[in-house]
Design a protein around this ligand. Structure first.
Ligand code: KG4
Ligand code: ZN
Length: 413
């Protein structure tokens, strides 16, 4: 397993002749701003070398915890409160000024429109005032590529992208080039962790997933048997709604046994561990099939990148490491602080796109807008290319409100 071999040193001294990229992330419930430096002339490596000079994340976990999910209006207000401070601190920690910036990368989607607006407005203001280039970033691509900041991962690679809102198995062929092997038919695993934490009355700090992972360490993962999702469907699709319901019903049954009182910490830990094991079995099974499917067309795939907030989970990393070893592949996990939403992944994605000369073209559906219009893409798929064996691929007609995919809007300058 690779856990970020390349140096990520927040305290490094500034190297002359570096380019400085700011990354701004505000798509959901974390305000992230980071500065990454890259050498002006990369040494011919397929992947530039970046140094994270600062990475400020203002978490909203405390704000949303009582509601059991992200409340968009509260999230927007919290982003507005912290964005200026986060930008100033990111510059200060990196010991640079606005005028030193080469570009500002910013997440324009997918995500909550109210929240995206805060980050994109800030990025636009900086770029206009200091005459700096703005680089638009797709949140999921940023999650998928950040592994290359820490480790030299060559294209193509298999990527399991698991967050609060997404659950994708992809072949990442290059920048803006993806084949989707599978996605979730209902919930994402991160959401399932969050709802399970809520059902168990576990405080979702720093997140439902992290809290549940910690609790599961005290539990017996064989104490309860939950059905493994989609056992009979021999695809790379995912499903977590059934598992979420089974866990909730088990919690209710345990509470009934003690006449509505709160269940013991040990019972909670046993349920958490059993839930986590079942989720891991489901992921493991899909990843093994993912290698098979990916290698039909891309026999050179040698890496699995585990990305997104759920990739911070050490138990899941251990399980998927076995699947990789059995497939003669290496599991690559970004450092934990780069798995959950952060500005560094956005800055890095901007660097990858800038270095490759691959900006995101304007969405043809969105031309002729007034000058003050902001390009926000709340519902924005990565690609149209989906493995035809996937359940959802058969129903991929363009849905209302969906933006043109990132892949179709990626082209050389
Ligand atoms: O990528 P992310 O920060 O935001 C989205 O793009 O959704 O992912 C957040 C999700 C949350 O559902 C959170 O509970 C989950 O990642 N998460 C974890 C862990 N840390 C965060 N899930 C399982 N184990 C963890 N250690
Ligand atoms: Zn995310």
């Amino acid at each position: 397993m690779h856990l970020g071999k390349r140096a990520i040193n927040a305290q490094m001294t500034i190297v002359p002749r570096s380019k400085y990229y700011m990354g701004i992330e505000s798509s959901c419930d974390d305000t992230g701003v980071s500065i990454i430096a890259v050498e002006e002339e990369p040494s011919g490596s397929s992947c530039p070398t970046g140094k994270v000079l600062s990475n400020i994340v203002c978490s909203q976990a405390d704000i949303h915890a009582p509601f059991g999910g992200v409340v968009p209006k509260l999230a927007q207000e919290a982003h507005q409160k912290s964005i200026d401070h986060a930008v100033t601190k990111a510059l200060g920690d990196a010991k640079i000024e606005y005028k030193d910036l080469t570009a500002v990368g910013v997440t324009i989607g997918p995500g909550l429109s109210l929240c995206l607006r805060v980050g994109v407005t800030k990025a636009r203001d900086i770029c206009e005032k200091y005459d700096v280039k703005m680089i638009k970033v797709h949140h999921m691509e940023a999650h998928a590529l950040v592994a290359r900041l820490a480790d030299e991962v060559p294209f193509p690679f298999l990527c399991l992208l698991v967050s609060g809102g997404h659950n994708l198995l992809l072949v990442v062929e290059g920048i803006g080039r993806f084949v989707q092997l599978g996605t979730t038919l209902d919930d994402a695993l991160g959401e399932c962790y969050d709802k399970t934490a809520r059902a168990l009355h576990v405080e979702a700090v720093p997140s439902g997933g992290a809290a549940l992972e910690a609790l599961a360490l005290e539990g017996d993962e064989r104490a309860y048997t939950f059905p493994v999702p989609l056992k009979k469907r021999k695809t790379c699709d995912f499903s977590f709604a059934g598992l979420k319901t089974s866990v909730r019903l088990t919690v209710e049954r345990e509470r009934e046994k003690i006449e509505g009182a709160d269940i013991s910490r040990q019972t909670k830990a046993d349920i958490a561990a059993s839930f986590q094991r079942t989720a891991a079995v489901h992921l493991d099974e899909r990843v093994r099939r993912g290698f098979e499917w990916a290698r039909e067309t891309h026999p050179e795939v040698k890496h699995l990148v585990l990305a997104g907030g759920v990739a911070a989970n050490k138990y899941l990393r251990g399980r998927l490491n076995e699947a990789c070893e059995d497939n003669d592949a290496t599991l690559v996990c970004p450092p934990v602080h780069l798995c959950t939403d952060n500005g560094a992944m956005v800055a890095w994605c901007a660097i990858e796109r800038d270095t490759a000369g691959l900006p995101i073209r304007p969405d043809p559906d969105l031309l002729n807008k007034p000058d003050d219009w902001l390009d926000l893409r709340p519902r924005w798929p990565l690609t149209e290319r989906k493995d035809e064996r996937a359940f959802l691929a058969q129903r991929s007609a363009k849905k209302k409100g969906l933006h043109t995919s990132l892949e179709l809007l990626t082209s050389a300058e």
